[in-house]
Design a protein around this ligand. Structure first.
Ligand SMILES: Nc1nc(=O)c2c([nH]1)NC[C@@H]1CN(c3ccc(C(=O)N[C@@H](CCC(=O)O)C(=O)O)cc3)CN21
Ligand SMILES: CC(C)C(=O)C(=O)O
Ligand SMILES: [Mg+2]
Length: 340
């Protein structure tokens, strides 16, 4: 598309409906046919944020440079094309296809149920939407613990078939040989220590880790081993802020915190949690801050649709396809003739 056309679209649609993501009126069809990235660029960049497609892709080097500049790294989960699309456009540095998708997207009891094949499908849909953020795919439980070779095989599938850029696995010191094996094949590994949900049965549930001297020491040991094994960073989940800050200080690779306070090199949250895309009353871990209310907005929209369909207010004439009066009269006449 030419720059002139793009500017025209941007200006006209801003005036027409500055608040709407996709302009419902003027001009509906041309908007609907534009690639999404261009629609966003042209119709709602209130802060002047360039679209994800205009930003340079975030690489492992970008992350390292953010870390060196002491600029917090932003990460969020996504489990499908739309959730990755919005995260990428919002300018997240990293997008994680977490195995939390077991619960938040597939309705499973916990993360231990999700299969590698299922992760691959979701990784692929996230990768298709992500033009800028650095993507990470979780290795699901059972696909990496048996031997480093098994872990490498699973990681290769996540990269080749899942189309993401790196993998994440849970565990500390005991996983060091596995992390070495995967990184030696040129696959970036993000570690994950502290509360490791895949081991919830052994941990006695989703329990905060590192709360006493011994377990804080163990955390530091794990962090150093994960770093030594070649991980490019690690998630610190549900540990006291002081411990996370100190561990972060002792490392030369970034830590991404979730329930680990403000002293980490970056933060991650599960997207449906932070955007409020769940029914009222659901339990949320203490570390979640709810920045939005997507559930209520979806509820409002779907109920409005229901009301309009029941009341025959939708579809209105502007949502229908016209036919010339002459053609329709001819149609009616033909039918009358056939009856006669
Ligand atoms: N939707 C969702 N969000 C998550 O953050 C998340 C998942 N799913 N699934 C995988 C794991 C499980 N997570 C969880 C789940 C519960 C607690 C929790 O109940 N925490 C208690 C602390 C308990 C204690 O004091 O030891 C809390 O009150 O926050 C923590 C992390 C984080 N991950
Ligand atoms: C919460 C993050 C770190 C995760 O592992 C997931 O979403 O599966
Ligand atoms: Mg996970």
């Amino acid at each position: 598309m030419s720059r002139a056309l793009m500017n025209t679209l941007r200006t006209s649609s801003r005036i027409a409906c500055p608040q709407l993501p996709i302009c419902a009126s003027s001009p509906p069809l041309s908007h609907a046919l534009l690639p999404l990235a261009q629609v966003r660029w042209s119709s709602h960049s209130p802060l002047g944020t360039p679209p994800a497609s205009a930003r340079k892709p975030v690489t492992i080097n970008t992350l390292q440079s953010l870390y060196r500049k002491n600029e917090p790294i932003t990460m969020i989960t996504a489990h499908d094309f739309p959730s990755a699309h919005v995260a990428d456009h919002a300018g997240m540095d990293m997008i994680l296809v977490g195995d939390s998708l077991a619960m938040v997207a597939l309705g499973m009891e916990d993360t231990s149920e999700v299969l590698l094949e299922e992760m691959l499908l979701h990784c692929r849909s996230v990768a298709r939407a992500t033009k800028s953020a650095f993507t990470v795919g979780d290795l699901p439980m059972g696909t990496y613990e048996i031997a480093p070779e098994q872990a490498l095989e699973s990681s290769i599938r996540v990269i080749k078939e899942g189309r993401v850029k790196s993998i994440k696995l849970e565990g500390g010191k005991e996983m060091a040989p596995t992390i070495s094996k995967i990184t030696s094949a040129g696959i970036p590994v993000l570690g994950h220590i502290g509360l490791t949900p895949q081991r919830q049965n052994a941990l006695g549930g989703f329990r905060v880790q590192g709360k006493n001297t011994a377990s804080a020491l163990k955390l530091l040991e794990d962090a150093l081993a994960v770093q030594e094994a070649g991980a490019f960073g690690m998630v610190l989940e549900a540990i006291p802020a002081e411990v996370a800050a100190l561990v972060t200080k002792k490392l030369s690779i970034p830590t991404i915190g979730i329930g680990a306070g403000n002293g980490c090199s970056g933060q991650v949250l599960v997207q449906v949690d932070m955007s409020g895309n769940f029914p009222p009353g659901r339990f949320l871990p203490k570390f979640v801050k709810q920045y939005g209310d997507v559930w209520s907005e979806s509820m409002r929209a779907i109920q409005a649709y229901k009301t309009e369909v029941k009341g025959r207010a939708y579809p209105a004439p502007e949502h229908t396809y016209p036919m010339s009066k002459e053609e329709f009269s001819e149609f009616e006449r033909l039918i009358e003739d056939k009856r006669a």
